[in-house]
Design a protein around this ligand. Structure first.
Ligand code: HEM
Length: 508
């Protein structure tokens, strides 16, 4: 033991003296710095910035990890984009979409093709043009109304209820309508089973997940092994769910009438496969799985934070209602065209994203070649963590970053300050930047404006509202309860003015 520790100490001292390698804390043999990560690794990293600067390295198990913070992120992901666009060969990533996920796969030529097709297809079904925007708006608003009706019913039955499951099903339903042309009832157990285990997924793939840096833990009984076994099972079930949808679509597809995203992926990817002479294989399921999977966890988490913050700061809820009331009269619900006239709603959404930074670190990256960053050498295949939280809470960018204040995004004339909103980092940057950013902002705008226009949401006065969370790829708020009341009457919530497109069916 003494020999091992001395050897380790010696190596660490050498590293500290060598200027070409990023500095970092002393690591334990075998486990490295894993115990120091605690239950909020992004906060640990942000503390290390004060000591070592924006670029430092830690050891997790046997892996060296370079952590990028603040200004070094733009430098790496945008200016040296290709060098930092890889994904590590983590054990957990190999179980997502049977190891064929575009989001968790390395940056190969085939990945570029997948990403391009996925990006243009997502646009084609959401923000691509005024017509697709309207269709997407219909999906969001009809699901939003359904959700609010359910909230009102739950309040009548239980007074205070936990909104989590309903938010998960509702956001998954929006994307299910877009991806598969189908929505599910809130009581559908199969659907709940498929979409209701996000916490188990994001705990395992978040930066700092133990099994990826100490893979030997999967070979004998221990709590990490159990969590990993569950992770494998849920991925198999998720892949089977998506594969079934693709098989059903293939049976009925007519390439002259594209019904939904799955049809669009089938046509585009089959064409590419034939052109490139690739073997007959299902290239569609993993791509649809990426889009459906990446969207439902992130968006349901965003909505949980929005609701929690509305009840935490009732005065901000009133301010949102006042702005929406000024622009949208009581004869209709808010629409996408109202966005320009609702700067406070947008400022609120940006502040939720900045303040919570609910994707604190991106999906882990890796270097694709020997490279350097801010004067430090980084070898090929080094694991890279991108600390988005550090950018959103940097006191040199934001005054009082730990205070929730949407006003910070408004200029003197009350309009949205686009220079400042551009400084919020939640969808990453560069070659791996999220492909669902525009869609997400549109959906969050519509749902926030709808809630403010139609409802009051309050917390149980007996339980103080806290903003604590569990760490993972997304930060999930601890369970909380709310009551929802309608602001005037049910007219607009009951009459579905925004019919979903004819291809959408409800599975009873
Ligand atoms: C509020 C909602 C969302 C947030 C905060 C978010 C954030 C992110 C982040 C941080 C990444 C990792 C980027 C990196 O590794 O550098 C990512 C990747 C990705 N996101 Fe999102 N996302 C959201 C919604 C969506 C939606 C709605 C979709 C699909 C329509 C989507 C599809 C993807 C895909 C496919 C990737 C992988 C990109 C790649 O590896 O090339 N996301 N997202």
């Amino acid at each position: 033991m003494t020999l091992l520790v001395s050897l380790h100490l010696f190596r660490w001292l050498c590293r500290q003296r060598s200027h070409s390698c990023p500095p970092g804390p002393l690591a334990w043999p075998v486990i490295g710095n894993a115990p120091q990560l605690g239950n909020a690794p992004h906060l640990y990293f942000t503390r290390l910035v004060k000591k070592y600067g924006n670029v430092f390295q830690i050891k997790l198990g046997s892996r060296t990890v370079v952590v990028l913070n603040g200004g070094s992120i733009k430098q790496a992901l945008v200016k040296q984009g290709s060098d930092f666009s890889g994904r590590p060969d983590f054990t957990s990533f190999q179980y997502i979409s049977n190891g064929e996920s575009m989001a968790f796969g390395n940056s190969t030529d085939w990945w570029k093709v997948y990403r391009k097709v996925a990006q243009s297809t997502v646009r084609m079904f959401s923000t691509g043009n005024p017509q697709t925007k309207k269709t997407f708006e219909n999906h969001v608003l009809s699901e939003g109304k359904e959700l609010l009706r359910l909230f009102l019913r739950k309040t009548k039955e239980d007074k205070y209820f936990q909104p989590l499951t309903y938010l998960v099903v509702s956001t998954a339903n929006i994307m299910s309508a877009v991806c598969f042309g189908k929505r599910y009832s809130y009581e559908d157990e199969e659907f709940q089973q498929v979409v209701g285990r996000n916490d188990q997924f994001t705990k395992t793939v978040g930066a700092g997940s133990i099994v990826d840096v100490m893979p030997w833990l999967q070979y004998f009984p221990n709590p990490i092994k159990t969590i990993f076994e569950n992770f494998k099972k849920l991925n198999l079930e998720f892949s089977a769910f998506v594969r079934d949808k693709v098989v059903e679509h293939r049976k009925t597809i007519d390439s002259s009438t594209i019904r939904d995203m799955t049809d669009a992926f089938i046509v585009a990817l089959d064409q590419i496969r034939d052109k490139m002479g690739l073997p007959e294989k299902d290239y569609v399921s993993s791509t649809v799985g990426d889009v459906f999977g990446a969207s439902q966890d992130t968006l349901s988490t965003a909505l949980q934070w929005i609701i929690l913050i509305l009840v935490k700061y009732p005065e901000i809820q009133v301010r949102l209602q006042q702005e929406v009331d000024k622009v949208v009269d009581r004869s209709r619900v808010p629409a996408i065209e109202d966005q320009q006239q609702l700067p406070y709603v947008m400022a609120f959404i940006y502040e939720v994203m900045r303040f919570t930074s609910f994707v604190p670190l991106t999906i882990p990256h890796s270097t694709t070649t020997d490279t350097s960053i801010m004067g430090y050498t980084v070898p090929k295949n080094t694991v890279i963590f991108i600390n988005q939280w550090s950018v959103n809470h940097d006191p040199s960018n934001w005054s009082q970053p730990d205070i929730f204040d949407p006003e910070r995004f408004l200029d003197q004339s009350g309009m949205l300050n686009k220079d400042l909103t551009g400084n919020v980092l939640l969808f990453s940057l560069g070659k791996r930047r999220c492909i669902g950013e525009e869609l997400s902002k549109m959906e969050l705008f519509l749902l926030t404006a709808l809630i403010a226009h139609q409802c009051n949401i309050t917390a149980d006065p007996a339980v103080p509202v806290k903003l604590g969370y569990n760490y993972g790829l997304t930060l999930k708020p601890h369970a909380f309860s709310v009551a929802v009341s309608v602001r005037d009457d049910m007219k607009l919530l009951e009459v579905d003015t925004s019919q979903p497109s004819s291809d959408s069916q409800t599975k009873e």
